[in-house]
Design a protein around this ligand. Structure first.
Ligand code: DLL
Length: 433
């Protein structure tokens, strides 16, 4: 553990720390950010009335649109001369969302990423092949800082240029790789194509995140790369990577949220009402130590649940894997659908690869969704072509039984479906215009 005292802090002490930090954060934003002063004043709320996290529900949510409305720097709680770094997320439409960090924030960023790396299995002295993009995206620089703090040797390769990645992975022999899960699939596939064996590499751990993924992808990445793969979650508005991390010995039980810095809540996606542990809803975060740009009750739009794990190594709460973003949820003929629900159904099909996409179309007024998935390379040679229609029908039935949706399935030849070229990959191809 990187910081056992904090990572194993007993619940009551953790709560006390969170409450103290919350009250400090609230006075900081009330005094320094006109947007938040207005939020409090409009709600008829005095900062002193919030005595702890139990009172958070009285504060209105902060949404992505609030960041856009305050573009670029109006949410900063510190003067520009204190801001040491600025990141921005591309955003599909309009202006990017901008975030700023002061010295203390960058210090916390390094700390939570160092904790996450240890939680993922990494150790001081190991080499980290960092294939998250460097630049305005927080992935590259965020992982870099944390790995340096831990005392790893960082290889700042960034995303893309797959040939270069393969060369460095073989020649530099890093023990740890971090990238998006979809890019890990791309790399794993290239190993196979070029006859690079797991034994030619020294990889032990993969730290994957920045997009939703499931056990189907984990299985494939672990097999192809010879690694133990864990989930890292985060978003630039709250910090970047390292808001939560799955432990390499507790895979499949959720990711520890570093609760001494980020307070999570789950709320109903329609009413905004707080939901109890175990219930799925929208994840909302309040930063507890951010100084340059603290956010109160930030609506992430990510769908998951929270749970304490009495058998876990740490006392911090765990979040489940993200099912998807609320705005990426498809509604097909009245049925709600996240692409991860289809992805998990591919897990037991060794004859298929984890490369798939959902194609959404509209015929007159009816929305249709079709699953395109590639046959696995290794199985194409001995696969009898006649069995493909059977497999398509079987998969279609499985989807109907599990999700309740009639979906056409097309099993495609290898290398016909888009892959990650280094960063995040969209699994949905929406052709509805
Ligand atoms: O993706 C930060 C990051 C970098 C996380 C590297 C992990 C590793 P943004 O570009 O601001 O920041 O995108 C944040 O990506 O709200 C989620 O929708 C999604 N996301 C991030 N991590 C995960 C994950 C970075 N592990 C948005 N599982 C978030 C599912 C994730 N979705």
């Amino acid at each position: 553990m990187f910081n056992p005292e904090i990572e194993q802090l007993p619940f009551e002490k953790l709560r006390r720390l969170q409450n103290e930090r919350l009250m400090e954060t609230i006075s900081r934003v009330y005094e320094n950010v006109p947007f938040y002063k207005e939020v409090f004043d409009k709600a008829g709320l005095k900062p002193g009335e919030i005595k702890g996290v139990q009172d958070l529900h009285r504060i209105p949510f902060t949404k992505k649109s609030d960041l856009r409305d305050n573009y670029p720097f109006a949410l900063f709680a510190e003067p520009m001369e204190k801001i040491l770094r600025i990141h921005a997320s591309s955003g599909t439409t309009g202006k990017p969302t901008v975030v700023g960090y002061n010295k203390s924030d960058l210090d916390v960023f390094d700390e939570v990423v160092a904790r996450s790396l240890v939680c993922a299995g990494a150790k001081k002295g190991m080499k980290l092949h960092n294939a998250y993009g460097y630049g305005l995206f927080t992935g590259g620089l965020g992982m870099h800082g944390g790995a340096t703090r831990l005392g790893m040797s960082v290889i700042p390769v960034s995303g893309g240029m797959t040939d270069r990645q393969l060369l460095l992975l073989q020649d530099f022999q890093p023990e740890v790789i971090c990238c998006t899960p979809s890019y890990a699939l791309t790399l794993g596939e290239e190993f196979k194509k070029r006859g690079i064996e797991i034994e030619d590499l020294n990889l032990k751990y993969a730290v994957l995140g920045a997009e939703p993924w499931t056990e189907t992808v984990r299985k494939e990445v672990e097999k192809r790369m010879g690694v133990v793969a864990t989930n890292i979650y985060g978003l630039s508005e709250i910090m970047g990577p390292g808001v939560s991390q799955e432990d390499f010995e507790e895979r499949g039980t959720g990711s520890y949220v570093w609760e001494d810095h980020f307070f999570p809540e789950i709320v109903d996606k329609d009413t905004g009402e707080p939901l109890p542990n175990g219930k799925e809803g929208v994840l909302v975060f309040t930063t507890l130590t951010k100084q340059a740009m603290p956010l109160l009750r930030y609506w992430t739009n990510d769908i998951c649940s929270l749970n304490y794990d009495p058998d876990g190594k740490r006392t911090h709460i765990k979040m489940s894997t993200i099912r998807g973003r609320a705005d990426d949820m498809l509604i097909i003929r009245g049925v709600n659908l996240f692409h991860t629900q289809v992805e998990v159904l591919l897990e037991d099909h060794d004859e298929l690869s984890a490369n798939y996409q959902l194609i959404v179309t509209r015929e007159s007024t009816m929305d249709q969704v079709k699953l395109e998935v590639e046959v696995a390379n290794s199985r194409i040679d001995n696969q009898k072509n006649e069995s493909i229609p059977d497999l398509q029908a079987a998969l279609s039935r499985k989807i109907k039984n599990n999700i309740g949706l009639t979906m056409e399935v097309e099993i495609k030849d290898p290398e016909t479906i888009p892959r990650s070229e280094g960063g995040k990959l969209s699994r949905i191809n929406d052709k509805r215009g």
